[in-house]
Write a protein that binds this ligand. Sequence first.
Ligand SMILES: C[S@@+](CC[C@H](N)C(=O)[O-])C[C@H]1O[C@@H](n2cnc3c(N)ncnc32)[C@H](O)[C@@H]1O
Length: 225
Amino acid sequence: MHPSAPRRPADLDAVRDSYDRVADNYVDMVVSTGIGDVRSHPWLRAAMDVFADSVAGRGPVLDVGCGPGQVTAYLVERGVDASGVDLSPRMIAHARRLHPHCRFAVASATGLRAADASLAGILGWWSLFNLPRDVLAQVLASFARALAPGGRLVLATHVGDGDLVRTEAYGGVPVTWTTHLWQPEQLTVLLRDAGLRPEAELRLPPDGASGAGVVLVAAAPGAAD
Ligand SMILES: C[S@@+](CC[C@H](N)C(=O)[O-])C[C@H]1O[C@@H](n2cnc3c(N)ncnc32)[C@H](O)[C@@H]1O
């Protein structure tokens, strides 16, 4: 393990069990409503398309917290050498069932085994908001190490102040997790501190169905185009 590998969050097992419990409802939501699928959100799809174009043909791309794998599969369709990992075995079981042509594995963002400078791209697509704040900083540093020169990271997360302790989600399923809200400016500082260069930011206002969000793209130093 790398000497500065991220700390394991104390609630990691509870978060894993919670996502295992919500996985079936989450998949139903994605499949039946399109919520969570970039294909049904033009601005998110546009951001994902630019990301895909920037990493295609440059090496492997890891979708960290891929859930049922719809974004991983979208990237593969666009010619990206993408695979997905997720903390929840139930999410990964759905991902493998729904996208049998893609590669998925169970892993935590805090325990990735990617070699230094081995990845052309990394996604943290609505999947890192349960990490304690200090752990997110450590995870971003681990992402920066894993990215090849010029590689890109795309993050999407919930915007706001403070922490939301959730006891149910996705149709009243009991969960035990905390959603850590972030201001985009705070995330930009974290990305810079991790050694990445923020490149783009897409802010999403609350829309009735969900709260405010943000997509951030950052590049690893080196041979970017
Ligand atoms: C809201 S879902 C988003 C899933 C997917 N990225 C999408 O866009 O549909 C959050 C996902 O993050 C995963 N997750 C939470 N904490 C994680 C961690 N420490 N490491 C890896 N995955 C994690 C959950 O299991 C869940 O599948």
